[in-house]
Write a new protein. Structure first.
Length: 634
């Protein structure tokens, strides 16, 4: 049998390397990308190991194919290793910070101290005896040198020499080898020198958790905590206004004092464009954003939700490492998203709510902002998406008044630490994304009822095409649908039917306009449960982002698999897509005569066919082929 090859991704924790996930033999680049992504997101060193197992000989061989540069920093400066972990340092594997001398990290137990003292005493006696022997030899040579000593001076000198050398050597070895800090602390183990903790990691960990002990209570009862978390809180009692000056009979009253911001609230001091939630009520109304009361209610709900979640996490995992801290952030992000949808909070408010929520559990503001910006990338990864979806479901149960919305949180964390093996589909399939253009403005233009009718019209059109062309709906993305097809030609023809149905809908209901764009890709996605993930899915979503209203864009693989069919493609040139390494040559499906005429009237493509290495196929009846500029001018 051929040898079995795997690529394993490891995270460096305080106690050494721990396995994060495993990739198959043809996913080497994917494994390295995963390691680098973890290094960026978590700030911990990573490595990728290639494991080759020969089942016939029952032997295995390992080789490191990627090693994080951060490991050199950790090895070179262990006392400052916590700086690499940033927001996750307080959740180390044993509840304490990294660093400290090697002596202080040894458990200062009673037996260990006694053994060290005995060894130090014997060592001091041995050294003193050696010095005394040398001194006796020197004193014996003095008479020959003409130096006369009193009769009893020799023994006294040797005694003083022995005692002095014993005391000096013993004191030196005690300072060198005996952990005096452990004796001063009453023999308490695990004391770390230079740590920011006063009483060890456990006490600090309890303090971190205890700050959330009453989060499920009424926020109005704890204005100090409320102000520290959000920078807002119950309006303080206004100070009495000063009496008006005598010369002015009708003075204007002074404005009521605003609540003073807490010194620890870094996010409230940021500019308004970076912290949209920091504007006051009048500014929010002027900007057309959600009313302030909506954000306040959302903050109260997420605070109560966090109180219950923390109680469950503390009981099941009282000490969180960096990886589990990241998982909890994903869980809370999903909860905040669900709450934003329920409260009809706009996108800026949603991001602000997520950022504030992850800051509440100890994430530094800079990392929290980066976390929110990368959230769209996280949802493309099955493991991350599972945590986000779990948070959404827990928040929905919480809002519905469920008595135990966190019943599955312990098992969710267990799955996060021991993920099930992902299955890669060995069948090439077409992945399709549809997107409603201008969906965010539908509510303002059509109202809530009209926007819902537009969404229902989109769903009906797409699902009808899926049923006619053997497509499978994977999930609804809010303003679009993700679907898969076992046959690529069916996917293209189904999306052509969708665009034609949209035209008919707009003719029948001009007061309810609908615009769609479509992206198609082919590949072997990663299957987990009833969902699909991986590069193939991510590429399809990015292609959909590049398309415009009324267009169907696809990758070169889709075009090649449709060769020989009566489907025309127009090259759009190479594009650098977010999250995709290599530039992708994208094509537009010419799905109608009108669209063919619009393409012919457009400027020449950014990259001609010769640069793309493709030849335009035959156009369908009535459609003008996508020729080079001279041909188009004719």
């Amino acid at each position: 049998m051929p040898p079995i090859v795997h690529f394993e991704v490891y995270l460096y924790q305080r106690r050494g390397w721990t396995l994060h996930t495993r990739f198959t033999s043809f996913q080497r680049d994917r494994a390295i990308e995963e390691a680098k992504a973890l290094e960026r997101h978590l700030g911990v060193p990573t490595k990728v190991v290639r494991e080759i197992y020969d089942s016939g000989a029952n032997v295995s061989d390992e080789a490191v194919v990627y090693l994080s540069p951060k490991i050199r920093e950790v090895q070179a400066a262990p006392a400052r290793a916590t700086e690499s972990y940033e927001a996750f340092s307080e959740y180390g594997p044993d509840g304490g910070l990294l660093g400290g001398s090697k002596v202080d990290q040894v458990a200062a137990s009673g037996a260990d101290l006694v053994l060290r003292m005995v060894l130090v005493i014997f060592g001091g006696l041995a050294l003193a005896a050696g010095v005394t022997v040398i001194g006796s030899f020197v004193l014996g040579q003095l008479p020959e040198a003409g130096v006369a000593l009193p009769p009893r001076a020799g023994p006294q000198i040797l005694f003083v020499l022995f005692l002095g050398s014993f005391l000096v050597s013993t004191l030196f070895m005690v300072l060198k080898f005996v952990p005096l800090g452990g004796i001063a602390d009453g023999g308490r183990p695990g004391r770390r020198a230079g740590s920011a903790l006063d009483d060890g990691g456990d006490d600090d960990e309890d303090a971190d958790w205890n700050q959330f002990a009453d989060l499920d209570e009424d926020p109005e009862k704890r204005p100090g905590l409320w102000a520290r978390l959000f920078g807002v809180g119950p309006t303080p009692e206004p100070e009495p206004e000063p009496p008006p000056p005598p010369p002015k009979p009708t003075p204007e009253p002074e404005p009521e004092p605003e609540p003073e911001p807490d010194e620890d609230d870094d996010w409230e001091e940021e500019p308004v464009d970076e912290a949209p939630d920091a504007v006051d009520d009048g500014q929010q109304a002027a900007k057309g954003g959600p009313p302030a009361v909506g954000m306040d209610v959302a903050r109260q709900e997420i605070t109560r939700f966090l109180g219950g979640a923390v109680n469950v996490i503390k009981s099941s995992r009282p000490q969180l490492d960096a990886f589990n801290k990241f998982g909890v952030n994903l869980f809370l992000a999903g909860a905040a998203e669900a709450l934003s949808l329920e409260g009809e909070i706009d996108d800026d408010g949603r991001q602000a709510l997520i950022r504030q929520t992850v800051e509440m559990v100890g994430t530094k503001p800079a990392l929290a902002q980066s976390f929110v910006e990368r959230l769209d990338e996280y949802v493309m990864e099955a493991r991350y998406m599972h945590m986000i979806q779990s948070g959404r479901e827990a928040m929905e149960l919480h809002l519905a008044g469920n008595s135990d919305p966190f019943a599955n949180l312990t098992s969710v964390l267990d799955d996060w630490n021991n993920p099930q093996a992902k299955q890669t589909s060995h069948t090439i399939m077409a992945i399709v994304f549809t997107d409603m253009v201008g969906s965010t403005g539908l509510t303002q233009e059509l109202g809530d009822v009209g926007a819902q009718e537009a969404v229902r019209a989109h769903n009906t059109i797409v699902r009808s095409a899926l049923s006619r062309h053997d497509g499978r709906e994977v999930k609804h993305t809010g303003d679009g649908i993700m679907a898969t097809f076992s046959n690529t030609v069916d996917a293209v023809e189904a999306m052509i039917d969708v665009q034609r149905a949209v035209i008919q809908h707009n003719q029948r209901a001009p007061g309810l306009p609908l615009g769609l764009k479509v992206g198609i890709n082919c590949g072997e996605p990663v299957v987990e449960g009833n969902d699909y993930f991986g590069t193939a899915v991510q590429l399809a979503a990015r292609v959909c982002d590049r398309a415009r209203q009324g267009q169907i864009w696809c990758t070169g693989v889709v075009k090649e698999l449709c060769a020989g069919k009566t489907v025309a493609f127009h090259p759009r040139g190479p594009f650098t897509l977010k999250g995709i390494k290599e530039p992708q040559h994208l094509f537009e499906v010419v799905w109608s005569n009108e669209r063919a005429q619009e393409i012919a009237a457009e400027l020449p493509p950014e990259t001609p066919e010769a640069a793309a290495g493709t030849t335009p196929p035959a156009s369908p009846p009535g459609a003008q082929p996508a020729d080079p500029p001279p041909a188009q001018s004719r």
